[in-house]
Ligand binder design. Structure first.
Ligand SMILES: Nc1nc2c(ncn2[C@@H]2O[C@H](COP(=O)(O)OP(=O)(O)O)[C@@H](O)[C@H]2O)c(=O)[nH]1
Ligand SMILES: Nc1ncnc2c1ncn2[C@@H]1O[C@H](COP(=O)(O)OP(=O)(O)O)[C@@H](O)[C@H]1O
Length: 397
């Protein structure tokens, strides 16, 4: 403890393009990047056949090293990397020898998610997030009391538009119902397993609902997005609040029953719960209805009286009847040019393994980044560049 990082100067050579970045041969295996008073040392561990990446931090104000909790999806294949700070809160990492789809990563060191997790876990935290080119359509969060018809509406949407929507399969500790399939309706999970996964930062949100634990894993949402589909989340009001506070931009829809009596009737008619469980769900429904209707959390409230009418209104909200659009596609075109310029990172890519070694130059625009840990960082914009203007960030790959 307290020892200065000895390998800074000798072992690391600075990026050829700009003093801020560091570039290493795979065997050197470590980079160091300064942000504020802290130096983030990112490097390899494990044996040669299964190298993995780890993070240590040197705090120059205290002269101490620490090992932060590392959350998020860690880069899988790792054979060296380059690193550059792109803002006060994140470091861009380009892994070497990876396929193009898997080479851009961010280590978040002071984003909102990292700050929240620091508080939750009571420890120092950093979080990985994979960079993905392009954006996704905003996921749709659907909440409402038990028995209101969320599942019925979602099933209708998924069967009418199978290639457009994908369901975020939650984890839950509750027992499966007769017609439910593991991995399709829920991932039915032991409480201890789920609690461990939550601690490891695998969940976007989780909540205790009707006495059981429910949660949306990061992967549940990302596999849908990776398949090019728009994600639908069926989660309770607490979960909706957590998603609102997260980096995931979504549309929030609350479904109300036409009356409390009708809700009760539907729950009894569904006949999937015991009398005691129905009573508990009805008690909780009163609070959920109050919160859902008054919190300002939801963008849309829909009363599910006549099913077909409600379904039609849901499709209107989602622009599936050719009406108002609520997707995020339109906003992306507004770019502030000067900010745009400041947020360019030049990447020099060498193809040493080819017959004739060559270097290509790319420019990565980080001004339009969206999302981030605990999910993916989206909106990367990469294009070929022919020269590097003075004063830009650079990174060699
Ligand atoms: N926060 C959160 N709530 C969830 C999740 N999955 C399901 N829920 C909610 O948990 C509650 C109970 O769900 P379930 O046991 O399937 O019963 P149902 O609502 O009567 O069909 C509902 O309000 C769901 O919206 C999740 O991943 N996170
Ligand atoms: N508009 C509606 N009118 C009458 N019954 C409905 C309506 N919507 C759903 N239902 C029925 O109510 C019950 C609860 O619906 P479900 O989709 O399981 O609710 P949730 O997923 O919100 O718990 C089901 O038996 C379903 O067929």
């Amino acid at each position: 403890m307290g020892e200065a990082p000895a390998f800074f100067v000798d072992d690391l050579h600075k990026s050829a393009i700009n003093g801020n970045g560091t570039d290493l041969k795979p065997k050197d295996s470590k980079t160091s990047t300064d942000i504020g008073e802290r130096t983030y040392v990112i490097g390899g561990m494990g044996d040669r056949s299964t190298p993995s990446i780890c993070v240590r931090v040197f705090d120059r104000s205290t002269g101490e090293w620490f090992n932060p909790a590392v959350l998020g999806t860690v880069p899988l294949s790792w054979a060296g990397h380059s690193a550059v700070a792109v803002s006060e809160d994140r470091i861009l990492i380009i892994t070497k020898d990876s396929i193009p789809d898997d080479c851009i990563w961010f280590l978040e060191v002071d984003t909102q998610f990292v700050r929240d997790q620091k508080q939750n876990l009571g420890t120092e935290v950093v979080a990985w997030s994979k960079g993905v080119v392009g954006n996704i359509e905003k996921p749709i969060v659907i909440s409402g009391p038990s028995g209101v018809g969320k599942g019925t509406l979602i099933s209708k949407l998924m069967s009418e538009f199978p290639s457009m929507f994908g369901f975020s399969v939650s984890h839950t500790t509750r027992a499966p119902r007769e017609k439910e399939t593991n991995g399709v309706h829920y991932h039915f999970t032991e409480r201890s397993v789920m609690e461990k996964a939550i601690k490891e930062g695998m969940f976007l949100e989780f909540a205790s609902v009707h006495g059981n634990l429910y949660g949306t894993s990061i992967e549940a949402v990302e596999v849908v997005a990776d398949a090019g589909k728009r994600c639908i989340l069926d989660i309770d009001v607490q979960g909706a609040r957590s998603v609102r506070a997260s980096s995931l931009e979504a549309i929030f829809i609350f479904i109300c029953p036409p009356s409390f009596e009708e809700l009760k009737k539907r729950l009894y008619a569904r006949a999937t719960e015991t009398e005691e469980q129905i009573q508990k769900r009805l008690r909780n429904a009163r609070t959920e209805l109050e919160q859902g209707q008054s919190s300002g959390l939801f963008d849309h409230l829909l009363v599910n009286d006549d099913l077909e009418m409600c379904y039609k209104r849901l499709k209107n909200i989602l622009d599936l009847n050719g009406n108002t659009t609520t997707t995020n596609k339109k906003a992306q075109k507004t770019v502030n040019f000067s900010k745009h310029r400041e947020n360019k990172v030049f990447i020099s890519c060498g193809n040493a393994g080819m017959e004739e070694a060559s270097t290509s130059l790319y420019v990565l625009d980080v001004s339009s980044l969206k999302g981030g840990a605990p999910g993916r960082t989206r909106g990367l914009n990469i294009s070929a560049a022919d020269h590097i203007p003075n004063g830009y960030n650079g990174i060699a790959h």
